[in-house]
Ligand binder design. Sequence first.
Ligand code: 13P
Ligand code: SF4
Length: 310
Amino acid sequence: CLEIAPLTLEINALKRERNAIILTHSYVEPEIVYGVGDYKGDSYFLSLKAKEAQADVILFAGVVFMAETAKILSPQATVLVPDRGSGCSLADSITGEDVRRLKALYPDAATVCYINSTAEVKAECDVCVTSGNVYSIVAALPQERILFVPDRLMADNIRNELVRRGVKKEIISSDGTCMVHEEFDVAQIEQARAQFPGLKVVSHPECTEAVARASDFVGSTGEMMRYVTSTAAPYFLMLTECGLVGRLEVESPEKNFIGGCRLCPYMKLNSLEKIRDLLRAPRPEQIVTLDEDLRRRAARCIDRMFELTP
Ligand code: 13P
Ligand code: SF4
């Protein structure tokens, strides 16, 4: 705490000096979320905040694809990312060239990308989705065939959810997975249920379809938070990144979480020290830049998401 306080004070002073805001994904450390963040939430909420931002500088405490999305939506702002190495196993699984090849194989398909993708991939797609709006957007598209990139496990979950809703679609996907969420399994759920009667299991749609089926609730990180805060249960098992559990422990201290979450090494590359140094003097690789034609094409794909989100 004694080390955190001066850093927090300096970052907040630098923010005022630079007319900067800090967007924080719920997976980053609590001292960032609560100490220096202006907005905290899931990918959809933070994209909206990036689009509305009036600040000269947007610092994204999350991962690189999120900062790129902020730059796509707020090209007039200087967008900063604390660690250029903060990738994402989903975003890094596919290139724009790969999407072009897939589109040539399925020319009649609508091309839908999960927001966990690079600007180059978004520029090739018809519409972007997040874990919070994916089912309603895919269901609303006129095409029956959907080419969904890059998350193979989310594609399985979309297929199952659309069958449940009585919507007929053929979902074709590429082969990416989230290295954090793919690791959860049904054995962990069964063991926890045996040990903690009344347990509610909450998972993210980046988990396998078996895990999703065995869960009580599946949703985006924002939806998971709303579910937990509005549900009475003696225990919760959160099958997601531990940062979200950290937020829930702060905001819903009366709830019991039994552990079992996992860490995303990329999200954990964010730190107060890096944020302070970045606001003092960004290094060139920490400033997000995009080719203007590519940015415009990627912006079309994200704007379509905003139009189609209920
Ligand atoms: P959310 O949009 O649900 O916050 O998900 C982002 C993410 O990276 C999950 O792993
Ligand atoms: Fe990417 Fe998974 Fe980390 Fe989310 S948790 S940023 S999907 S690697």
